[in-house]
Design a protein around this ligand. Structure first.
Ligand code: ADP
Ligand code: MG
Length: 316
């Protein structure tokens, strides 16, 4: 089990992580989301052991991880960290990269392992290709296979699917996370692909300015976001007064709601003027204005600009 206890960290003078505490059990998957610069990558690097932590402690089970000042080569052996820049050897093939740290003592076992991992990341056909001849997304997949080759207990992935197109991303993600579960490997994924993190994470941690805003089951986090910041990580979001949404209410309490929670109605209290309709595939996202405020809602078809419409909430 990984335990991070009260970690505060600064680069030079700038404090970028403030009093971070968290736990992760074997085989569990945590996603870390938060706006750019909120400290996601720094937290992964600290857990891996690239930076020395002066304030706070990190444990794996009962063992304290002491960081780079106490290790000849920075980075713990049972943890693998896939950075945003992949770290592949450019002029050797995909299979050589994946097998780089595997023992040559049992060559047949080694090639079987490499083949298994290449299949997992969907790169079997590229086994003999030099890494320099791969696309960014393919290199990203090689880096994941290479990290898994050494059977880590904890895998740290920094924006792992950022260069992989949607079509391949979905299948890779499904395969990868079911593999991690089957092998009981814990995994922490830093991502700005927030909707994605909802599908596979056991827990999601939200970071803002180096502080934990909340850690929760991703479904709960999405359905009842703690505040506008959390909700806005999942797309457009509205912040309205209760009296604007709930009939007969006079309350000025603020309510955060997503575009799909608002719909057109015949009569209601929330009158808006349509500005733009954006095609989203299954529906349109309508941008409208309520005096100076922007309100987003979903609608099956586009609505002409300048038309005035009335909205109500459909909270279930
Ligand atoms: P995220 O991954 O969430 O985008 P980072 O952990 O990369 O956030 O960065 C957190 C903060 O630390 C940012 O303000 C960033 O500018 C700063 N930072 C990141 N790396 C360094 C570094 N090597 N030296 C100094 N400041 C850094
Ligand atoms: Mg980052």
């Amino acid at each position: 089990m990984l335990r991070v206890q009260n970690v505060t960290f600064q680069y030079d003078t700038k404090v970028v992580l403030k009093n971070i505490s968290m736990e992760l059990n074997p085989g569990k998957q945590l996603s870390i989301i938060g706006e750019s610069g909120s400290g996601k990558s720094t937290l992964l690097k600290i857990i891996y052991g690239l930076y020395h932590v002066e304030k706070g402690k990190i444990f794996w089970g009962d063992t304290r991880l002491l960081g780079p000042n106490f290790n000849l080569v920075p980075g713990e052996e049972f943890i693998k960290y896939v950075a945003q820049d992949y770290d592949l050897m450019p002029f050797i093939t995909v299979e050589e990269n994946v097998g780089k740290y595997l023992s040559n003592f049992y060559p047949r076992k080694k090639s079987k392992r490499i083949a298994e991992l290449l299949e997992l990341v969907g790169l079997t056909a590229y086994a003999k290709t030099k890494s320099t001849d791969l696309s960014g997304g393919q290199q990203q997949r090689v880096a994941i296979a290479k990290a898994l080759a050494q059977e880590p207990k904890l895998l740290l992935l920094d924006e792992p699917f950022s260069n992989i197109d949607n079509f391949k991303k979905n299948s890779l993600r499904r395969e990868l996370f079911s593999y991690l579960k089957s092998q009981n490997i814990s995994c922490i994924t830093a991502t700005h692909d927030n909707m994605d993190s909802l599908a596979y994470a056991d827990k999601t941690m939200v970071l803002k300015d180096g502080k934990i805003v909340c850690v929760d089951d991703p479904k709960k986090l999405y359905k009842s976001p703690k505040n506008k910041y959390v909700a806005s990580l999942f797309g457009e979001v509205n912040e309205l007064f209760e009296k604007q949404l709930i009939p007969n209410s006079t309350s000025n309490k603020k309510i955060v709601c997503y575009p799909h929670q608002l719909e057109l109605t015949e009569n209601g209290t929330l009158k808006v003027k349509v500005k733009n309709s954006y095609f989203q595939g299954s529906h349109y996202l309508i941008e409208s204005s309520l005096r100076s405020k922007t309100v987003f809602f979903n609608h099956p078809v586009a609505i002409e600009a300048d038309q005035e419409v009335v909205l109500k909430s459909n909270f279930s």
